[in-house]
Design a protein around this ligand. Sequence first.
Ligand code: TYC
Length: 102
Amino acid sequence: RFDEDGGVGVALKSKPQTKRPPLYKVMLLNDDYTPMEFVVTVLERFFAIGHSHATEIMLTVHKKGLAVVGVFPFEIAETKVMQVMDFARRHQHPLQCTMEKE
Ligand code: TYC
């Protein structure tokens, strides 16, 4: 029995519900003015990264231009970006922190 819906084409198929919430990469961008030690402090304070690894990440940003510093659900990523941007602004450094869907 064809065309039981009278040709309207009602979509009945549903996807298997296996979706996880989207994750967002939080990135630091290089600039010429923010002191290296300030960037290390940001990574320690807002991303709970130890001093040695924080120094490595900071140097990666310095050399490559940017680095992913963490991957989080939207609201956490958004909060990290706001905290870092506010901290940098309060210290009058041009450090930029952005997020991007993974
Ligand atoms: N390039 C900066 C300097 O030479 C250091 C720096 C590293 C700045 C990482 C920003 O996200 C950054 N002082």
